[in-house]
Design a protein around this ligand. Structure first.
Ligand code: PNW
Length: 513
């Protein structure tokens, strides 16, 4: 595939990208016919003898030590963008340009969590969570991207984490959730440069050496495709994410490769700086291939297709196996990133767990073509939540977990669902309540699918619902609400929605209710 023209990149979405990079529908040279592989399929469900949790299937009871949590990210909730020594991130710059974000929204105030973290944490305690995933803002810690550490920025996270711990909530910190320092964009174009990886590692050292006495659960980077492929490659007018467009697919893959290097160097930096033993993970938005039926041939087709989705082949394959998916590299040809010697070793760091962000998936069935499978288009009226890309596929929760465990052959790697949730068209009724039965419907089905994975012996250890409260939903601004807590942005009042009460009941009963 040659250079990508703007026409090809126009109006791109995740599904289009899959096809565009040549991995969605083009026949591959896979030698083995799916049907022949079926006989040798490992099957965790039938291989393992029933566990205690399997016997409890009908009550949807979760294991005693299951981590129930919620997730947020810094730019989406904190606000206070010019306080405490923070300097701009690329999202401050981007959202300030008229027309980029819906309604001209920016993260300047967001949920004002920087000032309201105490009452927010009190509300989390009322919800009953014992685990909270949040992110640390690089531009608060090292406002110029590299160099001097801003201790005032560090102090905010000390206050937050101390408050969490006082409420019996364990912090899980993501080091990078897309808010990179503008200074590094100006200096060398952010992820277009390999320098970003070493600057990220220095930032990780700065954070962990200061907060490692309080935080032992670290996540390096959130969703690499979202700020590389979905940013540098997307020639949409107006652009939907910060970053300068690049002109070839190879350059897009290079930004992604640089982010993988940052993850690897970041893992090393975290372990070197942590004063005690800690847990390190990557957060991945894997491409979940869901078999149309669970016939042996469709299951095998979905497993094969899992290799070719670039979300997987180009991200979790190198991270978890030390090599890009060969099927994918073959398809990319000259568009594959330049890989320097030693890079894959850096990228392939031992991980304590993998975080999966799961919202939706793709249906796959076995097909009589060279590659043996096909991605299925969804009917026009296929049900979605209140944002176009969230098609309701609860089975994607189960299959995402199973594919990482089984298809990638990492059956002992603990898995966390680091995000799952949806937008809904929430309204405050005349009783002052938000009755989001649609969100409850969505969450309940996905949690049942998570339960299925556990009951079949897959190592799902915890679940972080996205999101604790409504927040700045990137290019959609405040127009899309993902929270189980409603935020009245005019008054900053928090209203727990019906889904908040439902989730509290799940946590309390330790099962899907
Ligand atoms: C994730 N898609 O982003 C992010 O980690 C969150 O910051 C975000 O608020 C949340 O999901 C909801 O959007 C995604 O187009 C953005 O498939 C877009 C997609 C997936 C995840």
């Amino acid at each position: 595939m040659g250079a990508v023209t703007s026409g090809e990149m126009f109006k791109i979405n995740r599904r289009d990208l899959l096809t565009w990079v040549g991995l969605g529908s083009v026949a591959s040279s896979l030698p083995i016919a799916i049907a022949k592989r079926v006989a040798s399929q490992p099957n965790a469900a039938s291989d393992s003898s029933p566990t205690a949790s399997q016997k409890l299937t009908t009550t949807y009871q979760f294991p005693e030590n299951f981590f129930w949590g919620v997730a947020t990210s810094a730019y989406q909730i904190e606000g206070a963008v010019s306080e405490g020594g923070r300097k701009p991130s690329v999202w401050d710059t981007f959202s300030a340009i008229p027309g980029r974000v819906e309604n001209g929204d920016t993260g300047a105030v967001a949920c004002d969590h920087y000032h309201r973290y105490k009452t927010d944490v009190e509300l989390m305690a009322k919800l009953g969570i014992k685990h909270y995933r949040f992110s640390i803002a690089w531009p608060r810690i090292i406002p110029d991207g590299r160099g001097k550490v801003n201790e005032e920025g560090v102090d905010f996270y000390k206050r937050l984490v101390d408050c969490l711990r006082e409420h019996g909530i364990t912090p899980h910190a993501t080091l990078f959730h897309w808010d990179s320092p503008q200074a590094l964009e100006d200096l060398y174009g952010s992820w277009r440069s390999r320098e970003m990886a070493s600057d990220f590692a220095d930032y990780a050292t700065a954070v962990v050496s200061r907060l490692g006495d309080r935080i032992t659960n670290w996540m390096t980077i959130n969703e690499i495709p979202s700020f590389t492929h979905m940013a540098y490659a997307v020639d949409k007018q107006p652009p939907k994410a910060p970053s300068t467009r690049v002109s070839s697919l190879k350059e897009v893959w290079q930004t992604c490769h640089n982010a993988l290097l940052a993850h690897g160097l970041g893992c090393q930096a975290i372990r070197a700086a942590s004063p005690s033993s800690c847990s390190v993970a990557l957060v991945a938005d894997i491409g979940v291939t869901v078999p149309l039926t669970e016939s042996a041939v469709d299951v095998a087709a979905a497993q094969q297709a899992f290799h070719t989705s670039w979300f997987n082949g180009g991200i979790i394959f190198p991270v978890l196996t030390g090599a890009y998916s060969p099927v994918m590299l073959e398809k990319l040809g000259a568009d594959a990133p330049a890989i320097q010697s030693g890079d894959l070793k850096i990228i392939h760091q031992p991980l304590d767990s993998l975080g999966i962000n799961n919202y939706t998936g793709n249906y796959i069935r076995a097909a009589d073509n060279k590659q043996g499978f096909e991605f299925l288009d969804l009917p026009k009226a296929y049900p979605r939540m209140y944002i176009p890309w969230i098609h309701i596929l609860p089975e994607s929760m189960y299959w995402g977990i199973r594919h990482v465990s089984e298809t990638l052959g990492r059956k002992n790697l603990p898995i966390f669902i680091t995000e799952n949730g949806c937008a809904a068209q929430d309204e405050v009724n005349d009783k002052g309540e938000v009755i989001d039965t649609d969100r409850i419907m969505y969450l309940r089905q996905y949690l049942k699918a998570a339960h299925r994975a556990i009951s079949e012996g897959y190592p799902l250890k915890g679940y972080f619902l996205w999101s604790f409260m409504d927040n700045f939903e990137w290019e959609s601004g405040y127009s899309r609400r993902f929270g189980i807590t409603y935020v009245d942005y005019k008054t900053q009042r928090r209203i727990p929605k019906a889904s908040f009460k439902w989730y509290a009941e799940c946590i309390q009963q330790n099962r899907v209710v």
